[in-house]
Design a protein around this ligand. Structure first.
Ligand code: ADP
Length: 259
């Protein structure tokens, strides 16, 4: 039996096809979230990569993410909190806390030993502490967002970014650049700024180990290592981290499909 999970985020669209609730058959990730061709392209790509499967072969489709209600091909839509928890659980069964940093929000999710969401906290009011902040800063520094982690690793004296607002932090970065602060030191400061905001959220939920990151920002090693320092703990990261929502949706589709 094949099931499909589609995660339509603010910034990206992701799909996962599962066989029998176990094996990952194909995945896709397209830049472009709700209101763009992203979801359609992600579906086209995942079926292309599946070796000939079509939507008709899917026993059940679950949509999740910010734009989940917009996808008419879904049999069911579910919150991204539940789907991230289930996706993370299947990759890291010992995980009890997820730090999910996406394109426009950050969420702290606590989960039980079966992958069910128990509690959550969310920042969706302010761009600081989200992928958006990193995207804006990468743009100012003329860097690719994918390279921020590697650039931060070259820092010898990370800058301190004191502004709590993305707009003010933008001016602060420009003025520090003009004052001769190196790009690696600025990038390390920017990553530390995001992680300190999210770590404050994490401390409010009382993060129980094991802890993992999910969402696109999980791929930024600069944010992950700053977060490890801020929380004084090890944080697990998988190359699948950005797909956890779609993966969890595909697992839920298997669980809910008529057998
Ligand atoms: P959403 O689900 O909200 O659409 P994602 O979880 O896909 O968002 O995360 C998107 C964010 O992840 C982007 O804003 C960007 O900052 C970050 N990101 C995406 N890919 C990478 C990468 N390869 N390296 C570092 N950061 C990344």
């Amino acid at each position: 039996m094949y099931t499909l999970g589609i995660d339509i985020g603010s910034t990206t669209s992701k799909c996962v096809i599962l066989k029998d609730g176990k094996d990952i058959v194909a995945t896709s990730l397209i830049i472009g979230g709700m209101g763009t061709p992203g979801p359609t392209d992600a579906l086209t790509q995942v079926f292309e990569k599946s070796g000939g499967l079509t939507k008709d072969d899917m026993a059940m489709t679950v949509a999740t993410g910010y734009g989940r209600t917009r996808y008419e091909g879904a049999d069911l839509d579910m919150s991204e909190l539940s789907c991230h928890a289930m996706g993370a659980h299947h990759v890291f069964p010992t995980v009890r806390t997820i730090i999910d940093i996406g394109g426009q929000d950050a969420k702290l999710i606590s989960l039980d030993e079966r992958g069910r969401m128990k509690n959550f906290l969310m920042n969706d009011k302010c761009a600081a502490g989200t992928g958006r902040f990193l995207d804006v800063m990468a743009n100012i520094l003329q860097l690719d967002v994918n390279d921020l982690g590697a650039v931060a690793a070259q820092a010898d004296n990370p800058a301190s970014i004191s502004s709590t607002c993305t707009v003010f932090a933008e001016s602060e970065v420009i003025s520090q650049l003009a004052n001769g602060v190196t790009t690696p030191n600025l990038v390390a400061g920017i990553c530390a700024s995001v992680s300190s905001r999210v770590a404050a959220l994490a401390k409010r939920i009382g993060p129980t180990p094991d802890i993992c990151m999910s969402g696109g920002v999980a791929q930024n090693d600069g944010v992950r290592s700053a977060m490890e320092k801020a929380l004084d703990t090890k944080i697990l990261v998988s190359p699948m981290a950005q797909l956890f929502g779609a993966l969890g949706a595909a697992y839920y589709a298997f669980e809910k499909a008529p057998k």
